[in-house]
Design a protein around this ligand. Structure first.
Ligand code: ADP
Length: 388
Protein backbone atom coordinates (compact mmCIF):
# COMPACT_ATOMS: atom_id res chain seq x y z
CA UNK A 1 0.00 0.00 0.00
CA UNK A 2 2.97 2.31 -0.56
CA UNK A 3 1.01 4.16 -3.22
CA UNK A 4 -1.31 5.41 -0.52
CA UNK A 5 0.73 8.30 0.62
CA UNK A 6 0.31 11.45 -1.49
CA UNK A 7 -1.49 9.47 -4.16
CA UNK A 8 -4.84 9.57 -5.86
CA UNK A 9 -6.06 6.56 -3.95
CA UNK A 10 -9.81 6.92 -3.50
CA UNK A 11 -11.45 5.46 -0.43
CA UNK A 12 -15.23 5.28 -0.69
CA UNK A 13 -17.15 5.59 2.56
CA UNK A 14 -20.74 4.48 2.48
CA UNK A 15 -22.80 6.91 4.55
CA UNK A 16 -21.70 10.30 5.73
CA UNK A 17 -22.81 10.41 9.35
CA UNK A 18 -20.55 11.28 12.26
CA UNK A 19 -18.65 8.00 11.98
CA UNK A 20 -17.94 8.71 8.32
CA UNK A 21 -16.84 12.22 9.20
CA UNK A 22 -14.35 11.07 11.84
CA UNK A 23 -13.07 8.35 9.52
CA UNK A 24 -12.54 10.90 6.74
CA UNK A 25 -10.62 13.16 9.13
CA UNK A 26 -8.33 10.27 10.07
CA UNK A 27 -7.86 9.33 6.41
CA UNK A 28 -6.83 12.86 5.58
CA UNK A 29 -3.86 12.47 7.96
CA UNK A 30 -2.49 9.94 5.47
CA UNK A 31 -3.55 12.00 2.49
CA UNK A 32 -6.08 9.38 1.46
CA UNK A 33 -8.79 10.90 -0.70
CA UNK A 34 -12.25 10.11 0.64
CA UNK A 35 -15.54 10.02 -1.21
CA UNK A 36 -18.79 9.65 0.64
CA UNK A 37 -22.13 8.28 -0.55
CA UNK A 38 -25.14 9.75 1.23
CA UNK A 39 -28.57 11.02 0.36
CA UNK A 40 -28.09 14.23 2.29
CA UNK A 41 -25.68 16.75 0.73
CA UNK A 42 -25.34 18.34 4.18
CA UNK A 43 -24.47 15.10 5.95
CA UNK A 44 -21.77 15.47 8.66
CA UNK A 45 -18.99 13.94 6.51
CA UNK A 46 -19.62 16.10 3.46
CA UNK A 47 -17.69 19.03 4.95
CA UNK A 48 -14.44 17.08 5.24
CA UNK A 49 -14.34 14.54 2.43
CA UNK A 50 -12.68 15.06 -0.94
CA UNK A 51 -15.92 14.34 -2.74
CA UNK A 52 -19.58 13.90 -2.01
CA UNK A 53 -21.82 11.62 -4.05
CA UNK A 54 -25.57 11.87 -3.67
CA UNK A 55 -27.32 8.53 -3.50
CA UNK A 56 -29.34 6.10 -1.47
CA UNK A 57 -27.47 3.51 0.59
CA UNK A 58 -30.20 1.00 -0.12
CA UNK A 59 -30.35 1.52 -3.86
CA UNK A 60 -28.53 -1.16 -5.87
CA UNK A 61 -27.66 1.26 -8.65
CA UNK A 62 -26.45 4.06 -6.38
CA UNK A 63 -24.18 1.77 -4.37
CA UNK A 64 -22.94 -0.03 -7.49
CA UNK A 65 -22.13 3.16 -9.38
CA UNK A 66 -20.42 4.65 -6.35
CA UNK A 67 -18.32 1.49 -5.97
CA UNK A 68 -17.20 1.76 -9.58
CA UNK A 69 -15.84 5.25 -9.00
CA UNK A 70 -13.49 4.44 -6.08
CA UNK A 71 -10.55 2.08 -5.36
CA UNK A 72 -11.77 0.66 -2.08
CA UNK A 73 -15.00 0.73 -0.10
CA UNK A 74 -15.76 0.69 3.56
CA UNK A 75 -19.01 1.54 5.36
CA UNK A 76 -20.02 3.26 8.57
CA UNK A 77 -23.56 1.85 8.77
CA UNK A 78 -25.06 -1.61 8.36
CA UNK A 79 -28.01 -0.57 6.26
CA UNK A 80 -26.40 -0.79 2.81
CA UNK A 81 -27.48 -2.63 -0.35
CA UNK A 82 -25.41 -5.80 0.06
CA UNK A 83 -26.30 -7.24 -3.36
CA UNK A 84 -24.56 -4.29 -4.99
CA UNK A 85 -21.52 -4.75 -2.73
CA UNK A 86 -21.30 -8.44 -3.58
CA UNK A 87 -21.47 -7.67 -7.30
CA UNK A 88 -18.73 -5.06 -6.91
CA UNK A 89 -16.59 -7.54 -5.01
CA UNK A 90 -17.04 -10.08 -7.82
CA UNK A 91 -15.89 -7.39 -10.23
CA UNK A 92 -12.71 -6.84 -8.24
CA UNK A 93 -13.53 -3.83 -6.08
CA UNK A 94 -11.91 -4.11 -2.65
CA UNK A 95 -14.57 -3.97 0.04
CA UNK A 96 -13.71 -4.18 3.72
CA UNK A 97 -15.30 -5.52 5.84
CA UNK A 98 -16.48 -8.27 3.51
CA UNK A 99 -20.11 -7.88 2.32
CA UNK A 100 -20.83 -11.53 3.26
CA UNK A 101 -20.15 -10.66 6.92
CA UNK A 102 -22.32 -7.57 6.54
CA UNK A 103 -25.16 -9.70 5.16
CA UNK A 104 -25.15 -11.79 8.32
CA UNK A 105 -24.82 -8.83 10.65
CA UNK A 106 -27.63 -6.87 8.97
CA UNK A 107 -30.07 -9.53 10.14
CA UNK A 108 -30.27 -10.00 13.91
CA UNK A 109 -31.65 -13.50 13.33
CA UNK A 110 -28.65 -14.57 11.23
CA UNK A 111 -26.35 -12.88 13.75
CA UNK A 112 -27.76 -14.92 16.61
CA UNK A 113 -27.49 -18.11 14.55
CA UNK A 114 -23.87 -17.22 13.78
CA UNK A 115 -23.15 -16.80 17.50
CA UNK A 116 -24.79 -20.14 18.27
CA UNK A 117 -22.90 -21.97 15.50
CA UNK A 118 -19.59 -20.56 16.70
CA UNK A 119 -20.17 -21.29 20.36
CA UNK A 120 -20.38 -17.64 21.34
CA UNK A 121 -22.36 -17.11 24.55
CA UNK A 122 -25.63 -15.33 23.73
CA UNK A 123 -29.08 -15.47 25.32
CA UNK A 124 -31.31 -18.32 24.11
CA UNK A 125 -33.48 -17.37 21.16
CA UNK A 126 -35.92 -18.43 18.49
CA UNK A 127 -36.97 -16.81 15.24
CA UNK A 128 -40.57 -15.88 14.38
CA UNK A 129 -42.14 -14.68 11.16
CA UNK A 130 -44.75 -12.30 12.54
CA UNK A 131 -46.50 -10.86 15.56
CA UNK A 132 -49.26 -13.47 15.12
CA UNK A 133 -46.78 -16.36 15.30
CA UNK A 134 -45.31 -14.84 18.49
CA UNK A 135 -48.76 -14.54 20.06
CA UNK A 136 -49.56 -18.12 19.04
CA UNK A 137 -46.30 -19.36 20.63
CA UNK A 138 -47.15 -17.52 23.86
CA UNK A 139 -50.60 -19.15 23.81
CA UNK A 140 -48.99 -22.58 23.39
CA UNK A 141 -46.48 -21.90 26.15
CA UNK A 142 -43.45 -22.05 23.79
CA UNK A 143 -42.54 -18.47 24.73
CA UNK A 144 -42.57 -17.57 28.43
CA UNK A 145 -42.43 -14.13 30.07
CA UNK A 146 -40.21 -12.18 30.36
CA UNK A 147 -38.63 -11.99 26.90
CA UNK A 148 -37.17 -9.53 24.42
CA UNK A 149 -38.45 -9.04 20.87
CA UNK A 150 -36.07 -7.67 18.24
CA UNK A 151 -36.99 -6.98 14.67
CA UNK A 152 -34.54 -8.90 12.52
CA UNK A 153 -33.87 -5.92 10.29
CA UNK A 154 -34.30 -2.18 10.29
CA UNK A 155 -33.92 -1.45 14.02
CA UNK A 156 -31.28 0.90 15.41
CA UNK A 157 -30.47 2.77 18.62
CA UNK A 158 -32.98 0.70 20.57
CA UNK A 159 -35.81 1.19 18.04
CA UNK A 160 -37.01 -2.22 16.96
CA UNK A 161 -36.41 -3.73 20.43
CA UNK A 162 -39.12 -4.30 23.04
CA UNK A 163 -38.87 -5.85 26.45
CA UNK A 164 -42.00 -7.86 27.27
CA UNK A 165 -42.21 -8.55 30.98
CA UNK A 166 -45.83 -9.72 31.22
CA UNK A 167 -49.05 -10.06 29.23
CA UNK A 168 -49.63 -6.34 29.91
CA UNK A 169 -46.75 -5.52 27.60
CA UNK A 170 -48.09 -7.47 24.64
CA UNK A 171 -49.55 -4.33 23.09
CA UNK A 172 -45.93 -3.21 22.56
CA UNK A 173 -45.16 -6.16 20.24
CA UNK A 174 -43.82 -5.09 16.86
CA UNK A 175 -44.92 -6.40 13.48
CA UNK A 176 -42.37 -8.25 11.36
CA UNK A 177 -39.88 -11.13 11.35
CA UNK A 178 -38.27 -11.15 14.80
CA UNK A 179 -35.83 -12.69 17.20
CA UNK A 180 -37.40 -13.63 20.53
CA UNK A 181 -34.71 -14.00 23.17
CA UNK A 182 -34.37 -14.51 26.88
CA UNK A 183 -34.18 -11.37 28.98
CA UNK A 184 -30.72 -11.12 30.52
CA UNK A 185 -30.55 -9.96 34.12
CA UNK A 186 -28.13 -7.18 33.18
CA UNK A 187 -25.61 -5.85 35.65
CA UNK A 188 -23.66 -3.86 33.08
CA UNK A 189 -23.54 -3.22 29.36
CA UNK A 190 -20.07 -3.20 27.89
CA UNK A 191 -18.40 -3.17 24.53
CA UNK A 192 -15.09 -4.29 23.09
CA UNK A 193 -13.91 -3.12 19.68
CA UNK A 194 -11.68 -5.65 17.96
CA UNK A 195 -9.59 -4.94 14.88
CA UNK A 196 -8.20 -7.35 12.30
CA UNK A 197 -6.03 -6.44 9.34
CA UNK A 198 -5.91 -8.19 5.98
CA UNK A 199 -3.03 -10.39 7.11
CA UNK A 200 -5.04 -11.58 10.10
CA UNK A 201 -3.31 -9.59 12.84
CA UNK A 202 -5.83 -8.96 15.61
CA UNK A 203 -6.07 -6.71 18.65
CA UNK A 204 -8.72 -5.04 20.82
CA UNK A 205 -9.34 -1.72 22.48
CA UNK A 206 -9.86 -1.95 26.25
CA UNK A 207 -13.40 -2.73 27.36
CA UNK A 208 -15.75 0.20 27.85
CA UNK A 209 -18.76 0.40 30.07
CA UNK A 210 -21.98 2.08 28.99
CA UNK A 211 -24.69 3.78 30.94
CA UNK A 212 -28.00 4.28 29.21
CA UNK A 213 -30.56 7.07 29.12
CA UNK A 214 -33.68 5.05 29.99
CA UNK A 215 -36.10 7.31 28.12
CA UNK A 216 -34.16 7.57 24.88
CA UNK A 217 -32.60 4.09 25.20
CA UNK A 218 -29.31 5.61 24.02
CA UNK A 219 -25.88 5.42 25.59
CA UNK A 220 -25.51 8.44 27.85
CA UNK A 221 -22.14 7.90 29.51
CA UNK A 222 -19.27 5.73 28.41
CA UNK A 223 -16.42 4.93 30.76
CA UNK A 224 -12.94 3.64 30.04
CA UNK A 225 -11.29 2.09 31.95
CA UNK A 226 -14.37 0.36 33.33
CA UNK A 227 -14.64 -1.06 36.80
CA UNK A 228 -15.33 -4.64 35.70
CA UNK A 229 -12.90 -7.22 37.05
CA UNK A 230 -9.84 -8.13 35.01
CA UNK A 231 -11.16 -11.67 34.66
CA UNK A 232 -14.44 -10.49 33.10
CA UNK A 233 -12.68 -7.95 30.88
CA UNK A 234 -10.35 -10.68 29.66
CA UNK A 235 -13.27 -13.00 28.96
CA UNK A 236 -14.99 -10.24 26.97
CA UNK A 237 -11.83 -9.58 24.95
CA UNK A 238 -11.41 -13.28 24.19
CA UNK A 239 -14.99 -13.39 22.91
CA UNK A 240 -14.43 -10.31 20.71
CA UNK A 241 -11.30 -11.85 19.19
CA UNK A 242 -12.98 -15.20 18.65
CA UNK A 243 -15.81 -13.41 16.85
CA UNK A 244 -13.70 -11.24 14.54
CA UNK A 245 -11.68 -14.33 13.62
CA UNK A 246 -14.85 -16.37 13.06
CA UNK A 247 -16.14 -13.73 10.66
CA UNK A 248 -12.67 -13.55 9.07
CA UNK A 249 -13.42 -9.87 9.07
CA UNK A 250 -10.97 -7.20 7.92
CA UNK A 251 -11.70 -3.93 9.73
CA UNK A 252 -13.38 -3.27 13.05
CA UNK A 253 -15.92 -5.37 14.91
CA UNK A 254 -17.63 -3.68 17.84
CA UNK A 255 -18.99 -6.36 20.14
CA UNK A 256 -21.76 -5.24 22.51
CA UNK A 257 -22.06 -7.48 25.52
CA UNK A 258 -24.08 -7.85 28.71
CA UNK A 259 -22.59 -8.88 32.03
CA UNK A 260 -25.27 -10.50 34.16
CA UNK A 261 -25.59 -10.48 37.94
CA UNK A 262 -23.58 -13.74 38.14
CA UNK A 263 -20.68 -12.28 36.16
CA UNK A 264 -21.47 -14.19 32.94
CA UNK A 265 -20.72 -12.47 29.66
CA UNK A 266 -23.37 -12.60 26.88
CA UNK A 267 -22.97 -11.17 23.40
CA UNK A 268 -25.86 -8.88 22.51
CA UNK A 269 -24.92 -7.83 19.00
CA UNK A 270 -22.02 -6.81 16.80
CA UNK A 271 -21.33 -3.92 14.42
CA UNK A 272 -18.71 -4.20 11.64
CA UNK A 273 -17.66 -0.55 11.72
CA UNK A 274 -16.45 2.23 13.99
CA UNK A 275 -18.72 2.43 17.00
CA UNK A 276 -20.13 5.03 19.34
CA UNK A 277 -18.35 3.28 22.20
CA UNK A 278 -15.03 4.00 20.47
CA UNK A 279 -15.31 7.78 20.12
CA UNK A 280 -13.14 8.31 23.18
CA UNK A 281 -10.23 6.53 21.46
CA UNK A 282 -9.51 9.73 19.49
CA UNK A 283 -8.22 11.45 22.60
CA UNK A 284 -7.60 8.68 25.10
CA UNK A 285 -5.79 5.95 23.16
CA UNK A 286 -2.48 5.83 21.33
CA UNK A 287 -4.46 4.85 18.20
CA UNK A 288 -8.03 5.96 17.46
CA UNK A 289 -10.61 3.46 16.20
CA UNK A 290 -10.66 5.36 12.91
CA UNK A 291 -6.93 5.10 12.37
CA UNK A 292 -7.16 1.45 13.38
CA UNK A 293 -9.78 0.81 10.70
CA UNK A 294 -7.53 2.41 8.09
CA UNK A 295 -4.54 0.38 9.27
CA UNK A 296 -6.65 -2.79 9.05
CA UNK A 297 -8.03 -2.25 5.55
CA UNK A 298 -4.73 -0.99 4.11
CA UNK A 299 -3.01 -3.95 5.75
CA UNK A 300 -0.65 -1.92 7.88
CA UNK A 301 0.42 -3.19 11.31
CA UNK A 302 -2.36 -2.51 13.81
CA UNK A 303 -1.71 0.42 16.13
CA UNK A 304 -1.22 0.27 19.88
CA UNK A 305 -4.45 0.15 21.91
CA UNK A 306 -2.72 1.39 25.04
CA UNK A 307 -4.72 4.00 26.92
CA UNK A 308 -3.05 7.36 27.46
CA UNK A 309 -5.58 8.80 29.92
CA UNK A 310 -8.85 7.70 31.55
CA UNK A 311 -11.86 8.93 29.61
CA UNK A 312 -15.59 9.45 29.85
CA UNK A 313 -17.64 10.06 26.74
CA UNK A 314 -21.06 11.66 26.67
CA UNK A 315 -23.35 11.85 23.68
CA UNK A 316 -24.77 15.28 22.99
CA UNK A 317 -28.43 14.53 22.44
CA UNK A 318 -31.06 16.98 21.25
CA UNK A 319 -33.05 18.29 24.21
CA UNK A 320 -36.62 17.04 24.45
CA UNK A 321 -39.05 19.73 23.28
CA UNK A 322 -36.56 21.19 20.82
CA UNK A 323 -36.87 20.64 17.10
CA UNK A 324 -35.45 22.81 14.35
CA UNK A 325 -32.24 24.78 13.58
CA UNK A 326 -29.68 23.89 16.22
CA UNK A 327 -27.94 26.07 18.80
CA UNK A 328 -25.50 24.92 21.44
CA UNK A 329 -25.77 26.37 24.93
CA UNK A 330 -22.89 26.33 27.40
CA UNK A 331 -20.09 25.70 24.95
CA UNK A 332 -17.54 28.25 26.31
CA UNK A 333 -18.28 27.20 29.89
CA UNK A 334 -17.72 23.54 28.99
CA UNK A 335 -14.53 24.23 27.08
CA UNK A 336 -13.17 26.06 30.13
CA UNK A 337 -12.98 22.70 31.95
CA UNK A 338 -9.65 20.89 31.70
CA UNK A 339 -9.65 17.90 29.35
CA UNK A 340 -13.00 18.62 27.66
CA UNK A 341 -12.96 17.71 23.96
CA UNK A 342 -16.09 18.68 22.07
CA UNK A 343 -17.13 17.11 18.76
CA UNK A 344 -20.07 18.71 16.95
CA UNK A 345 -21.25 16.66 14.01
CA UNK A 346 -22.61 19.56 12.00
CA UNK A 347 -26.21 18.39 11.78
CA UNK A 348 -28.15 21.57 11.10
CA UNK A 349 -31.44 20.40 12.59
CA UNK A 350 -31.92 19.10 16.10
CA UNK A 351 -34.64 16.71 17.27
CA UNK A 352 -35.34 15.26 20.71
CA UNK A 353 -32.59 12.74 21.53
CA UNK A 354 -30.91 13.07 18.12
CA UNK A 355 -27.15 12.44 18.36
CA UNK A 356 -25.78 15.90 17.56
CA UNK A 357 -22.27 15.47 18.88
CA UNK A 358 -20.25 13.99 21.69
CA UNK A 359 -17.80 15.16 24.31
CA UNK A 360 -14.84 13.19 25.54
CA UNK A 361 -13.53 14.18 28.94
CA UNK A 362 -10.02 13.03 29.73
CA UNK A 363 -8.43 13.37 33.15
CA UNK A 364 -5.66 11.84 35.25
CA UNK A 365 -8.22 9.65 37.06
CA UNK A 366 -11.56 8.19 35.99
CA UNK A 367 -13.19 9.79 39.06
CA UNK A 368 -12.04 13.22 37.91
CA UNK A 369 -13.20 12.52 34.37
CA UNK A 370 -16.65 11.49 35.68
CA UNK A 371 -16.89 14.60 37.84
CA UNK A 372 -16.05 16.85 34.90
CA UNK A 373 -18.44 14.92 32.65
CA UNK A 374 -21.26 15.63 35.11
CA UNK A 375 -20.44 19.35 34.90
CA UNK A 376 -20.49 19.25 31.10
CA UNK A 377 -23.83 17.42 31.16
CA UNK A 378 -25.32 20.23 33.21
CA UNK A 379 -23.75 22.98 31.11
CA UNK A 380 -23.89 21.89 27.50
CA UNK A 381 -27.36 21.70 25.94
CA UNK A 382 -28.49 21.12 22.37
CA UNK A 383 -31.49 23.31 21.72
CA UNK A 384 -33.27 24.91 18.80
CA UNK A 385 -33.52 28.58 17.92
CA UNK A 386 -37.15 28.01 17.11
CA UNK A 387 -38.54 26.17 20.17
CA UNK A 388 -38.16 28.56 23.08
P1 ADP B 1 -30.06 -1.72 18.90
O1 ADP B 1 -29.43 -2.56 17.86
O2 ADP B 1 -31.25 -0.99 18.39
O3 ADP B 1 -29.08 -0.83 19.62
P2 ADP B 1 -29.96 -3.67 21.04
O4 ADP B 1 -30.03 -5.07 20.59
O5 ADP B 1 -28.61 -3.15 21.41
O6 ADP B 1 -30.67 -2.71 19.97
O7 ADP B 1 -30.92 -3.49 22.28
C1 ADP B 1 -31.15 -2.22 22.87
C2 ADP B 1 -31.12 -2.35 24.38
O8 ADP B 1 -32.17 -3.23 24.81
C3 ADP B 1 -29.85 -2.96 24.92
O9 ADP B 1 -28.83 -2.02 25.04
C4 ADP B 1 -30.34 -3.49 26.27
O10 ADP B 1 -30.42 -2.46 27.22
C5 ADP B 1 -31.75 -3.98 25.95
N1 ADP B 1 -31.70 -5.42 25.61
C6 ADP B 1 -31.51 -5.96 24.39
N2 ADP B 1 -31.50 -7.30 24.44
C7 ADP B 1 -31.68 -7.65 25.73
C8 ADP B 1 -31.75 -8.89 26.44
N3 ADP B 1 -31.67 -10.07 25.83
N4 ADP B 1 -31.93 -8.84 27.78
C9 ADP B 1 -32.04 -7.66 28.43
N5 ADP B 1 -31.99 -6.46 27.82
C10 ADP B 1 -31.81 -6.44 26.50
Amino acid sequence: MQQLVTSDFKLGIIAGGQLGKMLALAASNWDVKTYVLDNDPQCPASSCTTGYVKGSLNSYDDVYNFGKSVDMITFEIESVNVDALIRLKQEGVKIYPDPEALRIIQDKGLQKQFFATHDIPTSDFNLYESKESILAAIEKGTIAFPFVQKLRTGGYDGRGVVVVKSANDLTKLLEGPSVIEDLVDIEREVSVIAARNLSGQVNCFPLVEMEFNETANLVELLICPSTVSDAIAQKAEEIAIKLIDAFGLCGLLAVEMFIDKQGNVWVNEVAPRPHNSGHHTIESMVTSQYEQLLRAIFNFPLGSTRQKLPAVMINLLGEPGHEGPVKYEGLPESLAIDGVKVHLYGKTKTMPYRKMGHVTIIAPTIEQAKENAEKVKQLLKVKSWKSQ
